[in-house]
Design a protein around this ligand. Sequence first.
Ligand code: SAH
Length: 212
Amino acid sequence: MYEAEREELVEILQSKGIKDENVLRAIKKVERHKFVPETILFHAYLDKALPIGDNQTISQPYTVAFMTEALAIQKGDKVLEIGTGSGYQAAILLEMGCEVYSIERISNIYNRTLKLFDQMRLRAALRCSDGTIGWSDYAPYDKIIVTAAGPSVPNALKRQLKVGGKLVMPVGEKSSQSLVVLTKTGEDEFEAVSHPNFLFVPLIGHEGWEKK
Ligand code: SAH
């Protein structure tokens, strides 16, 4: 279902500069309509963020593609995601052959996505907790993706990244952020590249924003 819509979405992402063939292939394959509320199903293949309840959103496909491309994903990468949300980003990573660990802090959202993954036979390790402290049991990770915006990159996440690994996260004010791509070049050394003008929901937790 919706194959033509997905094809069209891939063309839009290409026109916006996404080049990674594996990312484009995954976007073409993963059924985004299964990750959005039924009431807005017909919006599933617009290049837009959409509400998923509890004041949270499924990220815009362009943003998902941009972040995934920035991580230079290789098949077999062990990836930690902070902010499971709808599960769409995690599903893209699974489709690309990653081993996925994903943390969500809102129990409603966590439970819904856990059930969806079970129904869709998507195999990821999901956990309900504060992702700003990471998931040390399975560290270190090849890649870390944070899909909510914080004031700075949590130290716990920097520690849990492999040397040579990459982390992508929106960092800045609550009203606007830059996507920061870190490459871990040594035990405590990082190279950073920053891409301005993104907008994410807030990362709330120990090394994020305080809950209002
Ligand atoms: N990757 C998601 C995007 C969801 S929006 C998708 O593909 O749909 C970001 C999510 O991060 C929200 O569900 C929010 O509840 C969650 N979040 C915010 N702070 C968090 C934290 N400290 N730990 C884990 N999840 C967090």
